[in-house]
Write a protein that binds this ligand. Structure first.
Ligand SMILES: NC(=O)C1=CN([C@@H]2O[C@H](COP(=O)(O)OP(=O)(O)OC[C@H]3O[C@@H](n4cnc5c(N)ncnc54)[C@H](OP(=O)(O)O)[C@@H]3O)[C@@H](O)[C@H]2O)[C@@H](O)CC1
Ligand SMILES: [K+]
Length: 530
C-alpha cells in the first residue's frame, strides 16, 4: 500500500491529505450504507485514534460525523506533536472544534461504568488506532484499555468499526500481534473498511473472525496508471488474492476455444485406491475428476478391492493394481495423463513406492493425504522425485509433517510485523519441494515455486463452513486431477478446482456431504456460463 500510495504521489494524481480525506469519507459512507439505521435516533461515536496515518483517518471521520450532527468523542493514543504531517493536520482541524482525550484519561471502565446508557453512550465505536503500519504487539496498557472498552460495550451493544484493520491484526498475515501467549485480539468488529483493495490480513488466518465483514472504499487510486508507473507492483497486485470465477472457456468442451470432440481430447485420469473397506476416498476423487470434465477416469485398486469398487462405479473404469510394479505396467498406457495418489491409499512403504513410480513416469500428478503422510520423516526422499507438474495438497497436519521447520515458524507467536504468514509458508514450501503446493484451509494458499501465489479464501460471503466434512478434500484432489488431465496448467488447475469446490459448497449450504460436491458441479458450470 505504501508503494501504491507513493506511485499516486509521484504521478501527481493525489496528495496525502486528499487520500486521507477520501479514506475518512469512505469509512463514513461504508458505515451508513451497511448500517443505515445508525442515522436514526441517538447518534454518538467514540473514535480511537492512533499515532500514525490510521489515526489521521480517525480525525477525518470525527469531523465528518460531527458535520452530520453526530456527537463525537475522540481518544488519542500517542502524542499530537508526533503525528505524521497529514494526520497532524487533521488532528488540528478536529481539535479546533472538539476535545481529544489523552491516553492517561481513557479509563473506559470508570467513564462508562456509570453512564452506559442515555445520550452520551456511543452507538458506534471506531478503531483508527493502527492500520497497515503495525510493527509490534499492542502495548500492555493499550491492550488492557481496549479490553475495558470491550467489557463496557459488549459486542452487539454498539456497532464496532475498524478503519483498514482491527488494531493488533497484522495485515500481511492476518495474525494477531497481541501481548500474551493467547494471541487474542482485545476487540472483534462488525465491519472493517479497507482502502483500495482487500489486504492479505483481511483473508488469512484470524483476519475474517476479527474483521466481521469487509467493505472496500475506493480512494481514487487508479490501478491502470499504477501498474504502468510501477511495473514491479503488477505481479503483487494481480496475484495476491483471487475470488474471480474461472473463465468459462477454460472449462468448456467443444466450441471455438476447445474444438476437441473426442473423449481422449480431454485426457484420462488415473486414481489409485486403497484396499477393501477403504476405497471410498478414491471413488470420491474419481467422481470429482470425471465431473470436472476429464474424458475418462480409471480407478486402480488392489485385487482384493476390485469387487467393492466394481459395485460402486459405473461411468468410471476399473483396473487392478497391487503395488508399485503393477502401477509401472499400468502406466505403460501413455494415454493416462494425470494421476491422483493419496486418498485412502494407506500410510507406509507400499504407498511410498507407488508415489515414486508415479513421479518417475513424469505424469502430471496430485499427491494428497496418505501419499504425503507416508513421507513424514523422509520428506527429502519425496522432494528428490518431485517435478514441476506435481500438485501437493496438504492440510495443516500434513503440511507440518512434510515441512516441520516452516510449520514451526507459522505456529510461533509472532513478536513483530509483518508476521510470517501462510503465504510465506506456502511459497517456501513450494520452493523447497519444486512443485505446486496447495495449502488447504479456510484460507487456502496456492504457490508455484518462485512464481504465482494465490489466496482462495472461503470467508465472508464465500464462507463455507459445511466444507468441513469427511471426504471433501478427496473430491478436491480428484477435481484438480481431472483438470490436469484436461491439459490445464497445474497452478491454474489448483486455483480453478479450489474455486469450484467452494462454489459448489456455497450453492448447497447446510447439510453438505462430500458425495454431493461432484454432483453440484454441473449447476456451478451453468451459472458461470460454461
Ligand atoms: N497507504 C495509503 O494509500 C493510505 C493510507 N491511509 C491510512 O494510513 C494507514 C497507514 O498509516 P501508517 O503507515 O502511518 O501506519 P499506522 O497503521 O497508522 O501506524 C503507524 C504508527 O503506529 C506506530 N506503531 C506501530 N505498531 C505499534 C504498536 N504496537 N504500539 C505502538 N505504536 C505502534 C508506528 O510507530 P513506529 O513503528 O514508527 O514506532 C507508527 O507511528 C493505513 O492503514 C490507512 O488507514 C489512508 O489515510 C489514505 C491512504
Ligand atoms: K484500525
Amino acid at each position: 500500500m505504501r508503494a501504491i500510495e507513493q506511485a499516486a504521489f509521484d504521478g501527481g494524481s493525489a496528495t496525502g491529505i486528499e487520500l486521507m480525506e477520501r479514506a475518512g469519507q469512505g469509512v463514513v459512507e461504508a458505515i451508513l450504507s451497511a448500517y443505515p439505521d445508525v442515522e436514526q435516533g441517538h447518534r454518538h461515536a467514540l473514535i480511537l485514534c492512533g499515532p500514525g496515518n490510521n489515526g489521521g483517518d480517525g480525525f477525518v471521520i470525527a469531523r465528518l460525523l460531527q458535520e452530520r450532527g453526530w456527537g463525537v468523542e475522540c481518544f488519542l493514543y500517542g502524542e499530537a506533536i508526533r503525528l505524521p504531517p497529514d494526520a497532524r493536520a487533521n488532528h488540528d482541524r478536529w481539535a479546533a472544534v472538539g476535545p481529544v482525550v489523552a491516553f492517561n484519561d481513557w479509563r473506559f471502565g470508570l467513564r462508562y461504568g456509570v453512564r452506559m446508557t442515555g445520550d452520551v453512550a456511543p452507538t458506534v465505536l471506531i478503531d483508527a488506532l493502527f492500520g497497515t503500519g503495525l510493527t509490534r504487539p499492542l502495548d500492555e496498557p493499550l491492550d488492557r484499555a481496549l479490553r475495558e472498552l470491550d467489557a463496557a460495550f459488549p459486542k452487539g451493544t454498539a456497532l464496532r468499526v475498524a478503519v483498514d484493520a482491527p488494531s493488533g491484526l497484522c495485515m500481511d498475515s492476518g495474525r494477531p500481534l497481541a501481548p500474551g501467549p493467547q494471541e487474542e485480539l482485545p476487540l472483534r468488529y462488525d465491519l472493517t473498511v479497507s482502502f483500495h483493495r482487500r489486504k492479505l490480513g483481511h483473508l488469512l488466518a484470524e483476519g475474517p473472525d476479527a474483521c466481521g465483514s469487509v467493505k472496500v472504499a475506493d480512494i481514487g487510486l487508479d490501478q491502470a496508471a499504477l501498474r504502468a508507473s510501477r511495473p514491479e507492483l503488477r505481479e503483487t497486485l494481480a496475484a495476491a488474492v483471487t475470488e474471480a470465477a474461472p473463465r468459462a472457456y477454460e472449462l468448456r468442451k467443444g466450441g471455438e476455444d476447445n474444438p476437441g470432440g473426442h473423449k481422449y481430447d480431454y485426457g484420462h485420469a488415473l486414481v489409485l485406491s486403497g484396499g477393501p473397506g477403504r476405497t471410498g476416498a478414491a471413488r470420491l476423487a474419481a467422481r470429482g475428476a470425471i465431473r470436472v470434465g476429464a474424458g475418462l477416469v480409471t480407478v486402480a485398486a488392489p485385487g482384493s478391492a476390485m469387487a467393492e469398487c466394481a459395485a460402486h462405479l459405473t461411468a468410471i473404469m476399473l483396473t487392478r493394481c497391487n503395488g508399485a510394479s503393477d502401477l509401472g505396467a499400468v502406466l505403460e498406457d501413455e494415454r493416462l495423463n494425470a494421476l491422483c495418489l493419496g486418498p485412502g491409499l494407506g500410510v507406509g512403504s507400499a504407498t511410498r513406492d507407488m508415489v515414486i513410480t508415479a513421479l518417475g513416469s513424469r505424469r502430471r500428478c496430485v499427491l494428497d493425504a496418505d501419499a504425503l503422510t507416508s513421507f513424514a520423516g523422509s520428506a527429502p526422499t519425496l522432494f528428490a522425485h518431485l517435478h514441476s507438474r506435481v500438485v501437493l495438497t496438504p492440510h495443516a497436519g500434513e503440511f507440518a509433517r512434510l515441512f516441520p521447520d516452516i510449520w514451526r515458524k507459522l505456529a510461533e507467536t509472532p513478536t513483530g510485523g509483518p508476521a510470517f504468514s501462510k503465504v510465506d509458508a506456502t511459497q517456501e514450501a513450494a520452493a523447497r519441494a519444486g512443485c505446486i503446493v496447495l495449502f488447504k484451509g479456510r484460507d487456502t494458499v496456492i504457490a508455484e515455486p518462485g512464481g504465482r501465489t494465490v489466496v482462495c479464501a472461503a470467508a465472508y460471503d464465500r464462507a463455507t463452513p459445511w466444507l468441513a466434512t469427511a471426504g471433501a478434500g478427496d473430491v478436491l484432489s480428484g477435481m484438480i486431477t481431472g483438470l490436469l488431465a484436461r491439459d490445464i496448467w497445474p497452478v491454474t488447475a489448483a486455483e480453478i478446482a479450489t474455486w469450484l469446490h467452494v462454489e459448489a459448497a456455497r450453492t448447497f449450504g447446510p447439510g453438505l456431504i462430500a458425495t454431493d460436491i461432484p454432483d453440484l458441479l454441473p449447476g456451478v458450470f451453468r451459472a458461470i456460463g460454461v
